[in-house]
Design a protein around this ligand. Structure first.
Ligand SMILES: NC(=O)C1=CN([C@@H]2O[C@H](COP(=O)(O)OP(=O)(O)OC[C@H]3O[C@@H](n4cnc5c(N)ncnc54)[C@H](OP(=O)(O)O)[C@@H]3O)[C@@H](O)[C@H]2O)C=CC1
Ligand SMILES: CC(=O)N[C@@H](CCC(=O)OP(=O)(O)O)C(=O)O
Length: 344
């Protein structure tokens, strides 16, 4: 049994970690932080967890308490993990950061997109980007893992087989993505109100969203050079889910694309390549760590359309974080992540 802490336990990704970890036989959650809810019992705030964490209560973040854990998840806004990571690593605690603090390798690029100086540039060299389908071996020995963002997970998994095989023109990739409102976090915002977000849909960040450099960095790693990417996110009236529609132009005849995708992901427990002609739905991955993918080639054209869906709070955040923990601690990669999706 390993001891874990969660910094930022009242947010959507924090409570999703708690929900998923109820199914993990080798993990005990021993510390959970919230500055605003310190002293409140977890099961009082989240009745869905009654019977699971009845003695656990939120407390103020405390480096000494967190440093006694085997691993700490950061489910916090950007910049928080920067401040605590060095001290925890020095204590031998491994870190799984759900925020973007260690996702970009270049501190200056991070500062430009996140509007604040990078708080721990000395740790960037050892941070491992936690996309297991690409970096599994490095994750196994990592002390510090940067869990990919929600849009970046859906987009990178969808493009992976095409880019690794060098099949498409990488100057003009287009990722048209939709997110549910939990992607914006639990904090009160006018844009997340029922009357604002339901019965409506809108694009945002069309001239540049902070996931653009993260996705570009990941795709460049896959194909061995820089890529030209257009990424436009949209807010849609659903609670959970990311739907990514990915366009690419073939640069050569690809053979059987369906078979290529199936082969590339054959041993991936959390990527499901659907039968040819499918259109995956976000509800088919609700609450689970699976990315479902379908591949289409438009009639009489060189345009490939990949459809990729995930639950932003699971494969896009907390589930992927636990998948990383399993790899880091030598557990079976799927431990605690096996339940099927909720339907309808
Ligand atoms: N929502 C999503 O779909 C996804 C989110 N992420 C990322 O995961 C992280 C958490 O997201 P989410 O759960 O949505 O966020 P929320 O806004 O819902 O929750 C943030 C949590 O962090 C705590 N917190 C805020 N400021 C600080 C601070 N300065 N020090 C310590 N704790 C703090 C809050 O509690 P309190 O203020 O009481 O301390 C709260 O528990 C973010 O970086 C987000 O971008 C990544 C992928 C997907
Ligand atoms: C719908 C919505 O607002 N989504 C968030 C992204 C989700 C997220 O949590 O961003 P990180 O993965 O980088 O932490 C946004 O666009 O800002």
């Amino acid at each position: 049994m390993i001891k874990v802490g969660i910094v930022g336990g009242t947010g959507y990704t924090g409570v999703e970690l708690l929900r998923l970890l109820t199914q993990h036989p080798h993990v005990s959650v021993e510390a959970i932080t919230s500055r605003s809810e310190a002293g409140v019992k977890v099961s009082d705030m989240y009745p869905n967890l009654r019977g699971h964490y009845d003695t656990l209560a939120f407390s103020e973040p405390d480096a000494q308490q967190l440093g006694a854990m085997d691993a700490v998840f950061f489910a916090t806004p950007h910049g928080v993990a920067h401040a605590l990571a060095g001290e925890l690593l020095d204590n031998g605690t491994r870190i799984i950061d759900l925020s973007a603090d260690f996702r970009l390798r270049d501190a200056a690029e991070w500062a430009a997109w996140y509007g604040q100086p990078h708080g721990a540039p000395a740790l960037l060299d050892e941070a491992v980007y936690g996309l297991p389908e690409k970096h599994r071996e490095k994750i196994k020995t990592a002390r510090l893992v940067a869990v990919p963002g929600c849009y970046p997970t859906a987009v990178q998994l969808g493009y992976l087989p095409l880019l690794e095989a060098g099949l498409v023109d990488t100057d003009r990739l287009i990722a048209d993505c939709k997110s549910g409102v939990t992607g914006a976090g639990r904090g009160a915002k006018v844009g997340s109100l029922l009357a604002e977000a339901s019965e409506s849909m809108k694009a945002y960040g069309a001239s540049g969203h902070r996931h653009l450099p993260e996705i570009r960095q990941g795709l460049a790693d896959m194909q061995g050079g820089s890529v030209g990417l257009t990424f436009v996110p949209h807010l849609t009236p659903m609670i959970r889910g990311i739907h990514a529609t990915l366009y690419a132009t073939l640069s050569q005849e690809p053979g059987d694309l369906q078979a290529r995708f199936e082969q590339r992901f054959a041993n991936e427990p959390f990527v499901d390549v659907m039968p040819a002609g499918s259109h995956p739905e976000t509800r088919s991955v609700k609450g689970i760590n699976t990315c479902r993918i379908a591949i289409h080639r438009q009639e009489n054209s060189n345009t490939v359309v990949v459809l990729s869906v995930i639950d932003n709070l699971v494969k896009g955040a907390s589930g992927q974080a636990i998948q990383n923990l399993n790899l880091m601690f030598g557990f079976d990669e799927t431990t605690g992540l096996n339940a099927p999706a909720i339907m309808p």
